[in-house]
Design a protein around this ligand. Sequence first.
Ligand code: GAR
Length: 188
Amino acid sequence: MVKKNACVFISGEGSNLKNLLKRSRDYNFPISIKLVVSNNPKARGVNFAKKHSIPCIIVNTRFRFFESIILNNLNKYKINIICLAGYMKIISKNFLRSFKKQVVNIHPSLLPKFKGLNTYKRILKTKEIKTGCTVHFVNEKLDGGRIIAQKSFYIMLNSNLSDLKKRTQNLEYSAYPEALIKIFRASY
Ligand code: GAR
C-alpha cells in the first residue's frame, strides 16, 4: 500500500512517537513517519528520532518565523499529515491555513471535558468517575476539533496522578494508531 507521509510533533518523552513508529512498520499501517518536529531540544523523543534516523528539526518558538521553517520542511518531506503527540504549543491559525492537510492531536481526557493543560490534576480534583483519551482533528479552537477516536476507563477510588497518567497513556497507544487507520480507511 502507498503510505501517507507523516510528521510527528513532540515536546517531551515521545512515547506516542515511539509507539507510532513501531506500528508504522506494519506493511498495512497507513502512515510512514518521515519527519519529527520538536520545540524542545532536550525532549527524549529527539534522541529517539535520531537513533532511528528520522530527520528531526528543533524549533525555537520564540523566533518569529519558526512556523515558516516548519512549513518549509513539511513541503520538503512531502508531508500529508501532522500527528501532534505531546506537543505543548498551540498551532496558530496561520499555520493551519497554510498547511492545508490534516492535523491530528491526542489529548489525555474525554474531550470535550478537560481541554487544555494540567489535565490529570483537574480530573482528580473534580472526582470524575471515568476518564480516557481522545484523538481529534485540530482546528482553530483549543482541543476543539472533530473527534476521531476515544477510549475510556473507570477511575479507581484511590487513584493518583501517576497511575492516572499510566492508564491513560496505555490507552493512547491503541487509540492513536486506530484513529489513523480510521482516517485513511473510512470515508472521512
Ligand atoms: C500524551 O499523554 C498526550 O496525551 C499529552 O502529552 C502526552 C505526551 O506523552 N498531550 C497533551 O496533554 C496535549 N494537550 P509522550 O511524549 O510520551 O507521547
